[in-house]
Design a protein around this ligand. Structure first.
Ligand code: NDP
Length: 433
């Protein structure tokens, strides 16, 4: 903390992992002398740069862009790009650190990285967002490559932005190569990538419940967020017989007591695709209630899936969920539960799974997109759906194996330990520089 003051989110992420690793490191002479905790918490490289672009009024705007190349022990850096006014190095270091463990859990050869800019696309025209993406790539291109670093999307960077970023990379480098994932299907994208994170969250939830001889069917489910992860989690949860009663965005949440349907989820996706729109309109469209500036954690449910952003679920939120009978909290977003919230979880019987395990489906299919691009061959949607199912089951089982203590499974500990072992062993095999 002394070396990196003001990096609260990064410190939070590290401090939630270290206690699970210390016993393992202290028990192993090789780990103990290898300086692994210091090496794992210091990124390989941090790149920051100016992004200048012209808005529609012909005024030059300036944003700050970054790429944090965190750890490449098991493969090229891999992790998303986020465009949001809150993006700073602390946030990207927390996300890159988490990504290193997550990618290791997938079993695919991907290191950890994360990037983005403090650019706020809400209210910006398509032309402005495209110009921003092109200017961002004008610097990023020299730091990435199919065997070096393969970024993807994250908050506010969806298929459209990936298309503009890819177009800019190709124009600058004159090379058609798999340098980004989440691309459109017509130019090297992978089937199932769009759905993979949200679907994977619900598949992981299914395995957690199955482990307890329970299932999603007829469970009432509260979901936060209304973006990629939230809407695809809602879609598969509904398909599996769950009743999803909320979604949210940065303005508040909708409560639909009848439960979401595929038609309603499609409407949300179309509506939110327009830059800067609020979910409030859903309430009028489908006879639901809108709760301005509130999160949905007070709504009675058996399952909660926070799928919006970091630190969106605090201790009071977790207490409200438990008091109302919630049995499982599965993180779709990255680190959505605050440290205080996790303390409440630890003192309860709530089944809890961390984002680095439960939301790994997206990066897993991104890993498969890299392989497909290398082979210049597309796998079918069915093949990829099977791969995703297999990988999510495998991640569940790895976390359960490493996190079982008596009859309780600590999935957070299991994810930290299993991810660490893979990365640490690779780092040690490759020597100290
Ligand atoms: P999207 O941009 O598609 O959606 C984000 C959603 O979260 C929007 O509904 C947005 O509302 C809401 N949101 C953003 N910031 C806040 C905030 N401060 N308070 C309340 N709501 C907020 O992003 P994704 O769905 O892709 O990502 C969601 C989370 O999942 C992130 O933590 C991301 O890192 C993580 N994740 C995503 C993966 C992916 O494949 N997409 C993979 C693994 C993790 P509004 O529209 O009002 O801005």
């Amino acid at each position: 903390k002394d070396r990196t003051p003001h990096e609260d989110a990064f410190h939070q992420a590290v401090s939630e992992v270290v206690p699970d690793l210390l016993p393992l490191i202290n028990d192993n002479e090789d780990y103990r002398t290898a300086g692994l905790l210091h090496r794992l918490t210091e990124p390989d490289r941090v790149i920051s740069f100016r992004v200048e672009w012209r808005d529609d009024d012909n005024i030059v705007q300036v944003n700050r862009g970054h790429r944090v190349q965190f750890n490449s022990a098991i493969g090229p850096y891999k992790g998303g790009l986020r465009f949001h006014p809150t993006v700073d190095l602390s946030m990207l270091k927390f996300l890159g650190f988490e990504q290193t463990f997550k990618n290791a859990l997938t079993g695919l050869p991907m290191g950890g990285g994360k990037g983005g800019a403090d650019f706020d696309p809400s209210g910006r025209s398509d032309a402005e967002i495209m110009r921003f993406c092109q200017s961002f790539m004008l610097e990023l291109y020299r730091h990435i490559g199919p065997d070096v670093d393969v970024p993807a999307g994250d908050i506010n960077v969806g298929a459209r932005e990936i298309g503009w970023l890819f177009g800019a990379y190709k124009r600058i480098r004159n090379q058609f190569e798999g340098v980004l994932t989440g691309k459109g299907l017509s130019y090297g994208g992978s089937a199932m990538r769009t759905e993979a994170t949200g679907y994977g969250v619900v598949q992981f939830l299914g395995h957690v419940l199955d482990h307890k001889d329970d299932s999603i069917e007829d469970k009432t489910i509260v979901i936060s967020g209304a973006g990629n992860v939230a809407t695809y989690a809602a879609e598969l949860a509904v398909e599996r017989g769950g009743k999803v009663v909320t979604l949210s965005d940065s303005g508040g949440y909708i409560h639909d007591e009848e439960g979401l349907t595929q038609e309603k989820i499609d409407w949300v996706r179309d509506h939110k695709a327009k830059s800067g729109t609020s979910l409030e309109a859903y309430a009028d469209e489908f006879d639901a209630t809108w709760h301005s500036d509130e999160a949905p954690w007070g709504v009675t449910c058996e399952i909660a899936l926070p799928c919006a952003t970091q630190n969106e679920l605090d201790a009071d939120g977790v207490k409200a969920l438990i008091d109302n009978g919630c049995i499982a909290l599965i993180e779709g977003a990255n680190m959505p539960t605050t440290s205080e919230g996790k303390k409440v979880v630890a003192d309860s019987d709530l089944l809890f799974a961390p984002g680095k395990a439960a939301n790994a489906g997206g990066v897993a299919v991104s890993g498969l997109e890299i392989s497909q691009n290398k082979m210049r061959r597309d796998l079918s949607r069915d093949e990829l759906a099977d791969e995703l199912q297999t990988i999510m089951k495998d991640i569940h089982d790895k976390c359960a194996d490493a996190g079982t203590d008596g009859d309780k499974v600590d999935y957070a500990k299991g994810a930290n330990v299993a991810g660490f072992k893979k990365v640490a062993d690779a780092m040690m095999a490759q020597g100290v520089f």
